[in-house]
Design a binder for this molecule. Structure first.
Ligand code: DAH
Length: 340
């Protein structure tokens, strides 16, 4: 008798109704006139007198258990026999999902993309793992150039050389191999150099490269484009200054300074009391670079530039240490996305 009761408890425990008719079946099976319970009570008479007390208690417990289960089942369905959905408790505290924020470097990069987008420069991308041709040779780097040194570049493989790109200029080559002039585009992305981390340097940083090739593109076009860019990014009265420089892939080459946006050119510790801060490298695309990409340099000329994003972000947000960009401290990172 005891085993039977236990077996029935297990059965009842496992019972789950998907529809009201199953609850009715349950009632008939266990609580009906010819049901399991009545059978058991009938058999109770046969239980030996010394076991009656305990068996009686078990039987009554079983009866209550079955009755409860049945009551639960009955209230779980509507008049059509369909299960009620559990009603959510609207007074419970919500499971609050914190909103993320954009990284300041991404915010600046998106602005740069937007500013150039308005004058017709689409975005293109290239791989971060580059071969020697795209990162160096096609850009006119001589074989003994210091950038090709293990100390400056992260090489992944030697002979043939594969490295993490050291600049986005590699995408100029990829773009000119695919597109023929007239062409213009910007290439944003991550670049890598073997540098110890400090307030001004890191082994990983971001650039936005620009390229424009057409007939009769001149240095004046470059200058005007960069002035527009500087004024869109900084104040409308920002001044630019182009200093002669050298890059293997441009001739002539220049570095561009903007009038310091912190002190308006009066002199401060950001501009080292010069009134100017450097923000990019640029120049006219070297004819041999055009030729390396199958573009006739007698017919076409072009300009190019490469802008450091971290530097722009430091200036725009007046941050004095580059390391803050890479520490993933939410208290820092949350300060740049405007409140929604
Ligand atoms: N690739 C250069 C660097 O990483 C920046 C640069 C200079 C890009 C001149 C250009 C350019 O496109 O014309 O330092």
């Amino acid at each position: 008798m005891k085993e039977r009761i236990q077996q029935i408890i297990a059965e009842v425990e496992a019972f789950k109704a998907a529809h009201a008719t199953e609850v009715e079946d349950f009632r008939i099976r266990y609580l009906g006139k010819k049901g399991v319970l009545n059978d058991l009570f009938a058999d109770f008479k046969l239980v030996a007198p010394e076991h009656r007390k305990e068996t009686g208690r078990l039987l009554n417990e079983l009866k209550n258990y079955i009755q409860n289960k049945f009551d639960q089942g009955r209230t779980a369905f509507d008049t059509q026999g369909v299960a009620f959905k559990p009603t959510p408790d609207l007074t419970m505290p919500v499971d609050f999902q914190e909103l993320g924020a954009r990284h300041p470097v991404s915010l600046v990069m998106n602005r740069v993309i937007d500013v150039f987008g308005r004058i017709g420069f689409p975005v293109a991308e290239g791989p971060e793992i580059e071969d020697d041709w795209h990162n160096f040779s096609a850009l006119n780097f001589p074989p003994e150039h210091p950038a090709r040194d293990m100390q400056d570049t992260f090489f992944l493989e030697k002979n043939p050389d594969i490295a993490l790109r050291t600049h986005t200029s590699s995408v100029q080559i990829r773009y000119m191999e695919k597109h023929k002039p007239p062409l213009r585009a910007i290439f944003p992305g991550r670049v890598y150099r073997n540098e110890a981390i400090s307030a001004r340097a890191h082994c990983l940083f971001h650039q936005v490269e620009g390229l424009y090739v057409d007939k009769n593109v001149s240095f004046a076009d470059l200058k005007q484009t960069l002035l527009y860019f500087a004024r869109e990014m900084f104040d409308a009265d920002t001044k630019i200054r182009l200093r002669p420089s050298f890059f293997p892939f441009t001739e002539p080459s220049a570095e561009m300074d903007i009038s310091c946006n912190i002190c308006s050119g009066k002199g401060c510790n950001i501009c080292k009391y010069t009134g100017w801060v450097e923000i990019l490298g640029c120049g006219m695309v070297d004819p041999s670079v055009l030729e390396n990409c199958g573009i006739n340099s007698m017919e076409y000329t072009g300009y190019a530039f490469g802008i450091g994003m971290e530097r722009m972000a430091l200036l725009l947000y007046q941050i004095n240490d580059l390391r803050l960009f890479f520490e993933n401290d939410l208290r820092f990172l949350k300060q740049f996305t405007p409140a929604i």
